[in-house]
Design a protein around this ligand. Sequence first.
Ligand SMILES: Nc1ncnc2c1ncn2[C@@H]1O[C@H](COP(=O)(O)OP(=O)(O)OP(=O)(O)O)[C@@H](O)[C@H]1O
Ligand SMILES: [Mg+2]
Length: 288
Amino acid sequence: MASLMLASQDRVFAFLSCKGGVGTTFITTQLGSILAMRQNLRVLIVDLAHPFGDAALMLSQSHPPATLSDLVRQPDRLDEALLQSALVFPQPRLGILAATENPTAWAQVEPRAIRALMEVARQCFDCILLDCGRGLDEARLAALDSTDKLLPVLQSTMPMLRDGRRLLTALSELGFRAHQVMPLINRHGHTLLPSKALLPTALSMNQAHSIPDDGAFVQACIDAGLPAIARSPHHPITRSLIQLAQRLVHEPGADLPPSSGIVSHWLRKQWRWAVYPQPAGHMARATV
Ligand SMILES: Nc1ncnc2c1ncn2[C@@H]1O[C@H](COP(=O)(O)OP(=O)(O)OP(=O)(O)O)[C@@H](O)[C@H]1O
Ligand SMILES: [Mg+2]
């Protein structure tokens, strides 16, 4: 398949939750629909959320033919045909690789297999969106190795801002640069906290993008398994997601070295933080 020319060089986008239930899967799946339906791109969503990822369920009633752990069991056999056969396609240009079903299977997913998957995915899709859920383990860090942009999802409540700062600090410690990180402030406006002002870190908040709050609209989309763009293209949430999609694929990429190798470097240091890495020196900064 020939690849479309994108204005931006960025093609792999990772969505990370600062806390459970922050809206990461809704944003990832809706953005995937917009990129496929409006920008005409071939989009792959890989559900790396663990445990209990539900990206496929958000847009499709069909039972996925296979899950991530089924697919990466034999990394040497992975090719385009095998990848395509594992996907559920809620729209012709949007494929979703469903999450691993159980914790034991996730523990057996090898970083090398995730790297092989990302390599094949890059060959046959224009854009790859990773729903990383909450937590950074070796398998997810392997996926971040080939990620162009990271989009931590926050909300402007105190506990979420505190965890958002921890996550941003962790990404900075991992070596990601400010231009690679675009914080998403979901449900913007449902509290009065000035979220951007409360989040100064080593990573710039200038790039942050806000998504408005409307529980009834979001729930109606989720319940119907419908893309927001099909249900109501002019709703403020849809418009905000369309703007985000345009920013991601049409802003020219910064002329800086790619992120590859960052994670390997991190692993060599043998840090083993269970959830979000938090070096002791950053405790003071992480306290909102
Ligand atoms: N912009 C929004 N406005 C109002 N409610 C929202 C918005 N985005 C998400 N929600 C609500 O948050 C809920 C959780 O969304 P979602 O499942 O995408 O979060 P998540 O971060 O992926 O959660 P999990 O940690 O379970 O993976 C949704 O059911 C929806 O009701
Ligand atoms: Mg989720």
